[in-house]
Write a protein that binds this ligand. Structure first.
Ligand SMILES: [Fe+2]
Length: 211
């Protein structure tokens, strides 16, 4: 471990311990790490932005790809739930293509994939999306982005979180320049957790720091 990393780690450790002493539990004191929104935030207006990205209103066909349900929760740095946060997500389709005019990937569009959704967190900070696992996509000849979902989470009184959620156990995670630019603890916060009981379910937490 590099010296600077170690120092960062120790600092975090101290902060978490102090917080745990106050609250009596081991909680994260760190907000979800930021990552670039990238160039593909949707710009084409769309009517259907509900939690189910596999089904566009009025379409008889569903999106292509492996369905996954993301059960999320928005919390503050003390671990208390944040209700009424706006959770805005966008992602590539199963072939790795964004529905965006600037995406030059030649992979096919999927006319039945919603690609973009905005929901509010509920009383216990909970939110849910039903979607498909996005495909990896090339950035250059040597670099493919691992499957990821872009998140933008906002709520008055808190710093906006713009980040990317990764899928557990994907080998591309280990060689991704963006994910690997984060330390081990940060990476852990950015990779969703497989659910022990439900195969198609992932659990993911967003931590927001107060302004
Ligand atoms: Fe992306």
């Amino acid at each position: 471990m590099k010296k600077t990393n170690r120092r960062h780690f120790i600092k975090q450790g101290v902060a978490s311990t102090a917080l745990a002493a106050i609250t009596g539990s081991a909680l994260s004191a760190q907000a979800t790490p930021s990552q670039t929104a990238g160039p593909f935030y949707p710009i084409t207006p769309q009517k259907d932005q509900d939690f189910d990205l596999t089904q566009i209103d009025g379409h008889t066909q569903k999106a292509l790809g492996e369905v996954v349900v993301i059960h999320g929760q928005v919390v503050d740095t003390k671990g208390d739930p944040i209700d009424n946060a706006t959770v805005d997500i966008w992602q590539a389709n199963a072939a790795g293509r964004y529905n965006h005019p600037h995406d030059t990937n030649t992979a096919p569009l999927d006319p039945h994939f919603q690609g973009w959704a905005i929901v509010q967190s509920g009383e216990n900070g909970g939110f849910k999306f039903k979607t498909i696992i996005p495909g990896a996509y090339p950035v250059s000849a040597e670099w493919s982005r691992p499957p990821h979902i872009h998140f933008k989470v906002s709520k008055a009184g808190f710093q906006e979180v713009v980040t990317q959620m990764y899928f557990p156990d994907n080998p591309l995670n280990d060689v991704d320049k963006l994910l690997q630019s984060k330390d081990a603890h940060e990476q852990k916060m950015m990779i969703a957790n497989a659910d022990e009981e439900q195969k198609d379910r992932l659990n993911y937490q967003i931590v927001m720091a107060a302004v």
